[in-house]
Write a protein that binds this ligand. Sequence first.
Ligand code: ZN
Ligand code: ZN
Length: 152
Amino acid sequence: MMFEEENTGTILTEDGKLVITQAYCHNGHDLISNDVKISGFPSIKLLVTGNDNKKQDIHISAVDGDHAKQGGRGFKENQLLTISCPVCEEELDNIAPCDCIKGSKFVAIYLNKKRSFTSCLGICNSWGCYRSFMNSAWRIISRLADKSARQN
Ligand SMILES: [Zn+2]
Ligand SMILES: [Zn+2]
């Protein structure tokens, strides 16, 4: 059995994988889906809207670095999507721009109900972009600092 650290929202498996076990929208709705397992673990369920304004549920892997997902039929590579909570249907919080294509951004999946960027997963809203990161405040700050440094 794996050991779950208290309140971190993640577990470390015996083979060294970081797995998210708690995921919430900014309103505190639970995004973990026990019904759909991806790569052996409960997945993260999201509501995604494409250009045609059709909403569909997708499930992404809760394993850090794992790009496996289910759903998203009809989406094109690099298409910008609106990523929302499947419960309240509100768009997830915008954290920072992503570098992959113009207009892309990271949105926040919180690892606890506190709506704190110090404990969240950022995922890019561009379909097929595999950038995501586990956040701590300093990582976002250094990311933004990188950006402004480049513009000078
Ligand atoms: Zn919600
Ligand atoms: Zn991206």
